[in-house]
Write a protein that binds this ligand. Structure first.
Ligand code: SF4
Length: 225
């Protein structure tokens, strides 16, 4: 579906909005983005939890939700996607890579992420004006300065991170208060959940993202760079 055309924002508009939203509830960012971009806005979810989905559908129940099926997700993740999709009656778009499963993840994780995550996301966002993510500053040093609203220069789109200021306690509290369904692997020590070849559980006290590409220098798949 072609998105409605909305006037492209100026960078100073995005900076001012981001500053204004810094101490506002996450729903204020979602409301601004939904009013500003309408069906030109897409929510990209990793389905590690459904906190952002729960927040977003309270404002924009018809929003398009994108899930990148890398073909290497845990069976538990695919099961969880189905549970969440049914619970919220999501307009869910599952995007797959244009290549068959292969062995790139064994020796070239950057190339693997490029064809299984980055290219499919770029394809999903084609023709859109803005995308929304569950990225949080507390997740890693690389994400520590993420604004709530910014311009994704690489894709030429506005990017909205409504829960950028939330920490793990905020997330856990929201899940508890709203009695949200939890990813089955969360109870088994998987604090950050990606593809099975590149994700392990973490020990108590270990950084949440320490289980992603463990033993390598890689910390990001490229979606947020
Ligand atoms: S996380 Fe691992 S398996 Fe998944 S796309 Fe990246 S390299 Fe490939």
């Amino acid at each position: 579906m072609t998105a409605t055309t909305f006037p492209a924002p100026e960078l100073n508009e995005l900076a001012a909005v981001s500053a204004r939203l810094e101490h506002a509830p996450a729903t204020a960012a979602i409301e601004w983005a939904w009013e500003r971009f309408g069906d030109g806005l897409v929510l990209a979810s990793s389905f590690q939890d459904c906190v952002l989905i729960d927040l977003v559908v309270s404002v924009a129940p018809d929003i398009e939700v994108v899930f990148l099926d890398t073909q290497y997700h845990f069976a538990e993740t695919l099961w969880y996607v189905d549970q969440v999709r049914s619970r919220y009656d999501l307009d869910l778009r599952v995007i797959s890579p244009e290549v068959a499963p292969d062995d790139r993840w064994l020796d070239d994780t950057d190339a693997c992420c490029a064809i299984r995550k980055v290219e499919p996301l770029d394809r999903a966002l084609r023709g859109k004006a803005a995308w929304m993510t569950g990225l949080r500053r507390s997740e890693s040093p690389v994400r520590a300065n993420s604004p709530i609203v910014t311009f994704d220069v690489g894709r030429g789109l506005t990017k909205v991170n409504p829960i950028a200021t939330w920490d793990d306690i905020d997330v856990a509290g929201y899940i508890r208060d709203r009695d949200l369904p939890v990813h089955p692997l969360a109870a088994r020590g998987y604090a950050s959940i990606g593809c099975w070849p590149c994700t392990r559980s973490v020990a108590e006290g270990e950084d949440a993202r320490a289980g992603r590409w463990a033993g390598t220098d890689k910390t990001e798949c490229g979606l947020h760079l």
